[in-house]
Design a protein around this ligand. Structure first.
Ligand code: HEM
Length: 451
């Protein structure tokens, strides 16, 4: 029998007790780029007691995310999310996930999501009214706070349309409490048991049961309606499994709704935060964007048929997602032993892809540290390798909301940039904080200047 020789994965254990924990927490991207240089396209390192394998070669990544994706399930990092998202799309696996993905996918098709453009436009205009005042008073905006509020409002309206008055400000606050709680737990290596009646645990339990009752109430009322509004919730309620012809029960709907809230607002909010930041650092790109907006967007009213013409606007967002991807990495666990190009992956191994690293990999990008939207010009964009550029992931578990997020980002960027120029207040240092999403560590303040 022929045996394929097993190759050794280059390994850097780091400190005997803490491994690379310190560098991983302080500046994981510098650490990753150094390891890439030292060890190449597949390498292994320790973070505390966890051994992590990183793939940094497109065919290896394709193997994990597509060819043999069934062998690679979401890793321990997602356990905390399961507490709140149950068996929603992000946290479920196997046949259950496959059935739900197939059922929900049509609700996110291009044609289907076009109906949400008006909500996106109206919510952005509401923020503009608030900023007009701040521009006059010369008070800076907290960009992260405002982008999170805006994207949460958009996702709530797309889900619930006419029920948004039932889904009150208290419910939005509860989403944020639940999200903050699970984020803290996902990001800390030592976790306080959930049953300890500490303030944060109490607040979480209160917020979570409040959310459950609000959302389940909305679901039950909606089920009773004869004529339902045209929104995401109606789509979710009316979807049925092709084989059994059965729809989702209230708990399944709750899990999917919370999943869409959590997966669909911070990710887009931080994409926008980093886009505003990068535009503020690159005035020549911002000027080109403003020129495009002035030529396409001639009146005062934004209309959705302008979107296909806003080509540079899309290129700016694509490059911003390359340069600072709001979801910086993908983590999996091997269900069974496997080999990737002769390298042994043992059952139970943690295997990951740093999207950030691939987006800055010197073998695949010319001048990777330069911010240049021209890389995404329609004439060259088809040459991009989808296993190198993957802000929305890749393979069967790729983001279901990618078209929704692109449309939303283009609408927010174009409507705001037509009216305002955002300038970063540089006295506060900008550093990365990388948890579920890659966000600024410190408050980011920006002056909004009326154009
Ligand atoms: C710029 C914004 C966004 C970014 C960067 C982003 C990124 C990602 C990435 C990288 C994944 C794959 C994770 C993995 O394979 O482990 C993912 C999955 C997912 N995203 Fe997004 N996302 C964004 C917006 C949205 C929006 C707007 C929604 C919904 C309204 C959404 C819903 C989901 C869901 C449900 C999944 C799980 C899909 C599955 O496993 O079948 N995302 N997203």
């Amino acid at each position: 029998m022929n045996h394929i020789p097993i190759k050794e994965i280059p390994f850097d254990p780091g400190h005997p007790i803490t491994g690379h924990l310190k560098e991983f927490q302080a500046d994981k991207f510098t650490m990753q780029m150094n390891m890439l240089k030292k060890m190449g396209s597949i390498y292994k390192f320790n973070v505390g007691r966890h051994e992590i394998i990183y793939l940094a070669e497109p065919t290896y990544i394709r193997h994990m995310l597509q060819t043999n994706y069934k062998n690679y399930v979401k890793n321990f990092f997602y356990d905390e999310l399961k507490v709140i998202l149950g068996k929603g799309l992000v946290t479920s696996e196997g046949e259950y996930w496959r059935k739900h993905r197939k059922m929900i996918q049509p609700a996110f098709h291009h044609k289907q999501i076009r109906q949400f453009q008006e909500i996106m436009v109206d919510s952005t205009k509401k923020l503009i009214l608030q900023w007009e005042k701040q521009a006059l008073e010369k008070t800076p905006v907290n960009i992260e706070y405002d982008m999170r509020d805006l994207t949460l409002e958009i996702v709530v309206k797309c889900l619930f349309s006419q029920d948004t008055n039932i889904f009150s400000k208290d419910a939005s606050d509860a989403v944020n409490i639940v999200l903050e709680w699970s984020k803290k737990r996902m990001e800390s290596f030592v976790k306080m048991p959930k049953w300890i009646p500490a303030k944060s645990n109490r607040e979480f339990h209160e917020a979570f049961s409040f959310l459950q009752s609000v959302i389940k109430n909305i679901i039950q009322n909606r089920r009773k309606m004869n004529s339902r509004p045209d929104d995401l919730l109606t789509s979710l309620i009316e979807l049925t499994d092709e084989e059994s012809n059965v729809g989702m029960d209230d708990q399944q709907l709750f899990d999917e709704i919370l999943t869409l809230f959590i997966a669909g607002h911070e990710t887009t909010a931080h994409t926008m935060v980093w886009t505003w930041y990068l535009l503020s650092l690159h005035p020549q790109v911002r000027e080109k964007l403003q020129n495009e907006l002035d030529s396409v967007f001639t009146g005062n009213e934004f209309s959705s048929d302008m979107i296909p013409q806003l080509q540079y606007c899309k290129m700016v967002i694509q490059e911003s997602m390359r340069y600072i991807p709001s979801v910086w990495g993908i983590g999996r666990e091997a269900l069974e032993d496997d080999t990737i190009d002769g390298f042994a992956i043992s059952k139970g191994a943690t295997v990951g892809v740093s999207i950030f690293q691939m987006h800055h990999h010197p073998d695949y990008w010319e001048n990777p540290e330069g911010f240049d939207p021209e890389r995404f010009h329609p004439d060259v964009v088809n040459n991009l390798n989808k296993w190198v550029y993957m802000p929305f992931g890749a393979g069967p578990r790729m983001c279901i909301g990618n078209a929704f997020a692109m449309m939303e980002s283009q609408i927010i960027l174009s409507i705001i940039s037509k009216q305002f120029q955002l300038n970063l207040r540089r006295e506060i240092p900008v550093e990365f904080e990388s948890g579920i999403t890659l966000r600024p560590k410190n408050e980011m303040l920006m002056d909004v200047i009326k154009r």
